[in-house]
Design a protein around this ligand. Structure first.
Ligand SMILES: Cc1cc2nc3c(=O)[nH]c(=O)nc-3n(C[C@H](O)[C@H](O)[C@H](O)COP(=O)(O)OP(=O)(O)OC[C@H]3O[C@@H](n4cnc5c(N)ncnc54)[C@H](O)[C@@H]3O)c2cc1C
Length: 389
């Protein structure tokens, strides 16, 4: 039997799981520890959007494009991830919003983002379910979607199958809260010690809990809470994900001169940092959001006003009433506040902490995890080439 290095990974959200995927691909045995019996934090509460369109030019866009490629490749091995190269439509209603989109498609990186400006008629040709009123849309063919409720389980199943076939082993321990982290050994609440040559901690927004408070002391990270909802299945298929013009206010990829001329945000947009984002689940349900709440402690209750506003907005774009709303929830993510992509730090010998990708963590995680191994640990990461399969 070959002697392989072992990594202990704490946290089985998408960042921890993508580190497990890369570790195994690089020939490491993996011990994976998760507090909940099944992960239930930001990763399973999100839209599943692999969102290239709004990423900042340069490093962030390059990383998003790399991550999209990796999602597509990993979904070949783990089809339950539910990768769909659907693209997105950012639908606008006003000339000032259209002016922003016009400048976005004239940028030098428009080809990389695969963006195109459409009038209302062309928008409906791309996505016939959009039977409502609007002026036009930005079509981004590079955007994609995965199934947040299934992706983690599908990736873990693949990791387990690989170890059965004699490759590097993968062991998952759900329902284990990690209480102590030291170089080479991690202890969980049952008192079990898990030893490895390397420890990677991906705790999501658990900045203040137990041993994570010490590891993250002084880290420039904050927590952000979002409100979300889901409908019963819509009978029509949305051929793309959908955003609206308020998303132009937030994403760095839309930071063109015309953005300064956008009408001031409506009061409800200002108050809840609201934008419309909609992705359709494989079963037809619409996942709809979102809001952004920055002040802690977060309210324990969901505010009804943004839900009403978001429902009205998507009904206007669809030109039909929504199916009943059947689920509402909140989610919290960790966001690095120093302008970086994420917080990646080595607080102890052979112990790395990776968190803070913010509202783009589902998109970027495959590429962030690859970078941990290639750029920070000096490990050769074999490239999965989709076209060669
Ligand atoms: C509502 C919402 C919508 C979003 N939409 C999108 C989107 O469409 N596209 C996109 O790119 N990004 C999106 N994001 C952001 C994205 O979901 C996050 O950036 C990403 O999921 C973070 O993954 P993570 O693994 O770091 O954290 P998490 O998913 O929070 O996972 C961390 C895990 O660590 C575990 N853990 C913590 N402490 C311990 C401990 N002591 N012991 C053991 N386990 C521990 C937790 O139980 C948890 O399972 C959204 C976020 C939210 C909240």
């Amino acid at each position: 039997m070959p002697i392989r290095p072992r990594v202990v990974i704490v946290g089985a959200g998408i960042l921890g799981t993508m580190h497990a995927v890369w570790a195994q691909r690089c020939g490491w045995d993996v011990t994976h520890l998760e507090r909940d019996s099944e992960p239930r934090s930001a990763t399973v509460r999100n839209f599943g959007l692999v969102w290239v369109s709004g990423r900042a030019a340069g490093e962030e866009l390059d990383l998003a494009l790399r991550a999209r490629h990796l999602w597509e490749a990993f979904a070949v091995d783990a089809p339950g991830v539910g990768f769909r190269p659907d693209g997105s439509l950012t639908v606008v209603h006003r000339p000032d919003e259209l002016a922003v989109l016009t400048e976005v498609v004239e940028r030098s990186d428009a080809n990389d983002r695969q963006v195109e400006l459409l009038d209302a008629e062309a928008t409906r040709r791309v996505n016939p379910a959009l039977g409502g009123t609007f002026l036009g849309a930005l079509w981004c063919r590079a955007d994609a979607v995965v199934e947040p409720g299934h992706a983690l389980g599908a990736l873990r199943r693949h990791l387990t199958e690989q170890s059965v076939e004699g490759g590097p082993t993968y062991e998952f321990f759900g329902g284990r809260t990690v209480t102590e982290i030291a170089s080479g050994v991690v202890t969980d609440h049952s008192g079990a010690h898990h030893r490895g040559d390397l420890v990677v901690v991906c705790p999501g927004a658990e900045h203040h809990a137990g041993p994570l408070a010490d590891l993250l002391a002084g880290a420039p990270v904050r927590r952000v809470m979002l409100q979300m909802m889901q409908t019963a299945p819509l009978p029509e298929r949305l051929t793309t994900s959908v955003a609206d013009g308020d998303s132009l206010r937030y994403y760095p990829g839309f930071d063109v001169p015309a953005r300064a001329n956008l009408e001031p945000p409506a009061e409800i947009v200002d108050r809840f940092a609201l934008q419309l984002l909609v992705s359709q689940r494989a079963g037809g349900e619409l996942t709809i959001g979102d809001t952004h709440h920055y002040e802690e402690p977060f309210d324990f209750a969901c505010d009804e006003r943004p839900y009403t506003e978001l429902a009205t907005r998507i009904e206007t774009i669809l030109g039909r009433p929504l199916p009943p709303i059947v689920r509402r929830w909140t989610g919290v993510y960790s966001q690095v506040a120093d302008g970086g992509i994420c917080w990646r730090d080595q607080p102890l010998d052979d112990v790395w902490v990776v968190t803070g990708p913010g509202g783009r963590g589902m998109t970027l995680s495959p590429a962030i995890a690859e970078q941990t191994f290639s750029d920070h640990l000096g490990v050769t990461t074999p490239d999965p080439v989709v076209a060669a399969r």
